[in-house]
Design a protein around this ligand. Sequence first.
Ligand code: SF4
Length: 314
Amino acid sequence: MGKMFNFRFGRRLAVGEESYDFPPFRPPSEANSLLLRVTRGCPWNRCAFCPMYKHVKFEKRPVQEVKQDIDTARDYTGGNVETVFIGDSDSLVIKRDEMCEILSHLHSVFPSLTRVTSYARALTLKRKSLKSLEQIRLAGLTRLHIGLETGSPRLLARMKKGAGVETMVEGCLKAAQAGFEVSLYVLVGIGGESDWEEHALETANVLNRINPDFIRLRTLTPQPDTPVFEWWGEGSFKMPGPETILKEQRALIENLSVTSQYLSDHVSNYAPIDGSLPGDKTKMLSQIDTALERLADDAAYKADLEGMRYLRRL
Ligand code: SF4
């Protein structure tokens, strides 16, 4: 029977008589990776800005089913896979032995793997023992993408992140100690028009304590079915304009004392500010200053940036 791809149940890619269950979300840096799902949805699912898994019931997938997906992927790729992203939002919530069994199978089926990454919540990392994390790292998971969003305790609580500053720091430092590359997401604009400075300064503080390998920026875009969208609609949350967004990024970068890659690698961002810190700090600040000057003088540029808010998704 010829094999064909089609979507089934909105979450499974049917492959002939088999089916491959793929995650609907992955970091932009994993655009070319094989996607492998060990859980479905988010065990927390309460962040006020996040619509990602609102309509997905959280489930852990049976290990045998995941291994079958790995075998199916081998049939379709010929084993030629170098990078894998494991979904969904908090994969390390499954048992250590199960994760190690999946990783071991993954690496035996795809011996040329150079990178295997996953999203992880800081609270889950904090709850895992260092020894467990080290074993998962040794089994072949190499990088963790963690949503810090902000270093402001007040904003973390307002956004119902489910983890405070100390949990963020402890979870991320433990992951780094276990040998993982740590990639942290910061949500630009999360403080609105009023609290952008608090967000920038406190986030810089927390990032300085963690010193992650990567700092990745996304810009808040209110999405339907989220509390932030309601707050925006009723006027209790004021979306920051482009000038505030750029000032916020400027304050963040200026106050960072990390040795990290800083990447605006998400479609939601207003300006492509990227660089290696600390070496590129001066250049990055100068790029933002140029954009701010242009905003002040060029009404068409300002209108373009403001319009982007309605075109982009979190
Ligand atoms: S931001 Fe992450 S932890 Fe929060 S609800 Fe969304 S997927 Fe879950």
